[in-house]
Design a protein around this ligand. Sequence first.
Ligand code: ATP
Length: 320
Amino acid sequence: MFLLSEEATEVTAADDFDRTIDVRDLRMRYGKTDVLTGVTFSARPGEVIVLLGPNGAGKTTTIEILEGFRMRSAGEVTVLGADPAHEGERWRARIGIVLQSWRDHSRWRVSELLEHLGMYYRAFAADSDRRPWNVGDLLDAVGLSSQANAKIGSLSGGQRRRFDVAIGIVGHPELLFLDEPTAGFDPEARREFHDLVHEIADDDTTILLTTHDLDEAEKLADRILILAGGTIIADGSPDALSRQVSSQAEVRWSLDGTRYVHSSDNATAFVRDLFRQHDERITDLEVRRASLEDTYMAMVRQFEAGRRDAAVREFEVVTR
Ligand SMILES: Nc1ncnc2c1ncn2[C@@H]1O[C@H](COP(=O)(O)OP(=O)(O)OP(=O)(O)O)[C@@H](O)[C@H]1O
């Protein structure tokens, strides 16, 4: 695996006890096609990890292996201290899953199904201090209080997605998997959902999420993993990833009605100088760093072009 150099940390024995997910050299082959060729990463309690990658990179495959729904071809996988390939109900009750689409139970009412699913978790509640959510509080948290008595089949696409999230978290999971959770959300629902993800993570729940929305990834992720060519090609905070692509910032301003642009390695000093020279004549000042989208596109394009070695050099990553 490649880690952004500034984030590379020594693995110690103590770390091993503090990992919700630990994946080493995970491999998956479908027929004669190798989809995962050596995926290595870990997650700590309460971390929000966003898994990015082009269509077909193997994100869903990785998540399904971690959930215990798919048998891997090779590698070591530990989730909540156990191998998902051999675990049962008791272990499963500690994880929450929001799949890309659930289309069953359409005749049930919203609160009825959540009450019903909550009962399943009650049987395992003695194992920890976590209890199923109170259904009223849960509907409030996902913004579906007004739909409590609605039939599930009557929910709009965005409401249905929020309901999927409610199903995923009803058991107060220690680890939550969200596969493209906000596909089809309007901007307000998306923002509310982001707040909800932060609240869930604040409760020490580890979250592993896939999305194609880089803005969402930037807002939610403590750490971003980029999966391409069967391996993790980058692992770091959104900020660290952006800075790896370019240390330069773009400064834009207007002076006496004319617009100017300048790229600088030291935007603060440049702006200070600008004001020293022109003071109040400067208007509409903007300073913009490389976005996560710039970084992602640059890394994946380079990787897909088969220039892995060049990518490793250019992005100054180190091998662990
Ligand atoms: N059951 C299967 N049998 C054979 N090939 C499969 C199977 N499931 C997935 N694949 C293939 O494995 C590759 C990875 O698929 P996967 O769904 O994991 O990718 P993904 O990164 O989640 O893609 P997307 O962003 O489009 O959801 C794809 O080429 C897919 O066609």
